[in-house]
Design a protein. Structure first.
Length: 86
């Protein structure tokens, strides 16, 4: 895993959000879209990265979007956690 592979995760997240149907009605709605797609990516790709790395990257990415969009995350987003098979 490289920094480039994490940057590619960010690019996939941006693309996934852009491809969602409709337009966000507010900055919060746009943030919610990022959060939903980040969870989907984490669920699909968690086993392709060392434990915790993808989750930490996506949490940081979402934090950056919070600041950029000037929104407050939902209480459930303070810890996105999806674990692999036991």
């Amino acid at each position: 895993m490289t920094i480039r592979s994490l940057a590619e995760v960010g690019a996939r997240l941006e693309e996934a959000v852009a491809l969602l149907p409709g337009s966000p009605s507010s900055p919060q709605d746009l943030y919610d879209r990022y959060e939903e797609m980040a969870i989907a990516i984490l669920d699909a790709e968690f086993d392709e990265h060392p434990p915790g790395v993808l989750e930490a990257y996506l949490m940081a990415y979402l934090r950056m979007k919070e600041l950029e969009l000037r929104v407050t995350p939902s209480p459930s987003s303070e810890s996105i956690s999806i674990t692999g098979p036991g």
